[in-house]
Design a binder for this molecule. Structure first.
Ligand code: BG6
Ligand code: MG
Length: 241
């Protein structure tokens, strides 16, 4: 079945808000006197707000009202960061890819667990390049459940097999695979090792490269990475034949 759409995660894929989420959590953790490192933050990538907080608290128990206050405080810090976002903060290659998708008559959608996703895409100036938006307000069960991506595919009126999900987080790849989507992981293979294919980033990636990968996926041929990376490169998931 040929690919008709790409569904993009937001944080860490179209823009580097993953860094802002980390800084906002770090600020909360510091205020609470809880040690919280960048390494620990890896486990929070793609994870919704409440679950992220519970991971950060590492088993410390608080009354519900306090949990709510912590989430609001972190979100307040995060909102301060995203207020500074401009179209220059779209990650390299992302806008060009969205424009190519449009020009080729394919569809694109956002599949982000963030409740702030709409504000971010507006500030980035890419809202008009997305045919559908599914975000933290769209479904109950967030990643790694497949619901968010299924919601996006439903809005596009396409089946999961016709869509490639582009993700930078293990929870996102797990969600997409659970829904039967094709997956393209971005970043170090340690984060997205379960993706069908992996690129270091979207920089210099052409739509044609992506479509070629998935269309040729059944052919047993070596695949040449379009951009170099010793760590990530491009690979076919070992279980896919
Ligand atoms: C995801 C991020 O996109 O959204 C997570 O990767 C974040 O780090 C989650 O926790 C929820 O975001 P928000 O903006 O609703 O707190
Ligand atoms: Mg992400």
């Amino acid at each position: 079945m040929s690919i008709r759409a790409l569904i993009f995660d937001l944080d860490g894929v179209l823009t580097d808000t993953a860094e802002y989420h980390y800084r906002a959590w770090k600020r909360l953790a510091d205020a609470l006197g809880i040690p919280f490192s960048r390494e620990e933050n890896e486990a929070l990538r793609g994870i919704p707000r409440r679950e992220s907080l519970l991971l950060l608290l590492k088993g410390r128990e608080y009354p519900e009202a306090q949990i709510q206050e912590f989430m609001e405080r972190k979100n307040g810090y995060y909102l301060q960061f995203i207020r500074e976002i401009t179209p220059r903060d779209v990650l390299p290659g992302a806008r060009e890819l969205l424009e190519e998708i449009h020009a080729a008559g394919l569809k694109s959608a956002l599949g982000s667990a963030s409740k702030n996703a709409r504000e971010v895409i507006e500030r980035l100036g890419i809202a008009s390049l997305l045919d559908a938006v599914s975000d933290g307000n769209s479904v109950e069960r967030q990643k790694p459940a497949p619901d968010l991506f299924l919601h996006a595919a439903h809005q596009l009126r396409l089946s999961p097999k016709e869509c490639v999900v582009v993700e930078d987080a293990a929870a996102g790849i797990e969600a997409a695979r659970a829904g039967g989507f094709q997956t393209l992981g971005l970043g170090p293979a340690s984060r997205v090792s379960n993706a069908h294919f992996i690129f270091p980033s979207l920089e210099r990636i052409k739509l044609h490269d992506i479509l070629g990968l998935f269309e040729n996926a059944k052919l047993d041929q070596p695949i040449i990475p379009p951009n170099d990376s010793s760590e990530c490169g491009i690979h076919r998931h070992p279980h896919e034949h």
